[in-house]
Design a protein around this ligand. Structure first.
Ligand code: HEC
Length: 149
């Protein structure tokens, strides 16, 4: 059911900007790399969840933990005015900092939830649901705070 939509979304999220950050330097490069890694890990979780025959909660736990580690760095990765080309960071990040922080916190919270469920080897549907929440945060933040170039 929803899985095809999810797959399309993941491919678009993960694949669209493979080389978009070439030429980026400093903090912009750092956070673009962090986002790319988040994206790769998200994809890994998605593939693991889809393959019910070889469902491995350990892979999900480690990928989710990695997402969390990157997300924890968000508060330091967006210094005001860091919009140097080829950054896609929107001015709204600094115009509505509370809202931006809240969206970053959502990712941390849900990735933490997913990590714990996977570590506890919870059942597939519970992990699936937690994954849905993690994935939802990407679009929720990008819609307002990322300018697709
Ligand atoms: C709190 C806001 C926020 C959340 C949550 C968020 N992102 Fe991002 N993301 C951004 C911003 C802002 C940029 C643009 C950064 C830049 O170009 O300077 C970005 C850029 C990206 C990029 C492009 C990187 C590049 O090299 O051009 C990818 C891929 C990405 N995000 C994936 C994800 C995925 C997958 C998730 C969810 C698991 C996610 N993001 C969650 C704010 C967020």
């Amino acid at each position: 059911m929803k899985k095809t939509i999810v797959a399309a979304l993941i491919i678009s999220v993960a694949g669209a900007n493979a080389f978009a950050h070439s030429g980026a330097t400093g903090i912009v490069k750092e956070r673009m790399n962090a986002m790319s890694s988040i994206s790769k890990n998200l994809k890994k979780i998605f593939v693991t969840l889809k393959d019910e025959s070889e469902f491995d909660a350990n892979i999900i736990a480690s990928s989710s933990r990695e997402i969390m580690t990157h997300a924890n760095k968000f508060p330091h990765m967006f210094p005001e005015g860091s919009t140097k080309h080829p950054s896609e960071a929107a001015p709204a990040i600094w115009e509505r900092p509370d809202e931006f922080s809240k969206k970053a916190q959502d990712l941390i919270t849900y990735a933490n939830e997913l990590t714990q469920l996977a570590e506890a080897k919870s059942d597939h549907s519970a992990i699936d649901e937690a994954f849905g929440k993690v994935k939802g945060t990407c679009k929720a933040c990008h819609a307002d705070f990322r300018i697709k170039k």
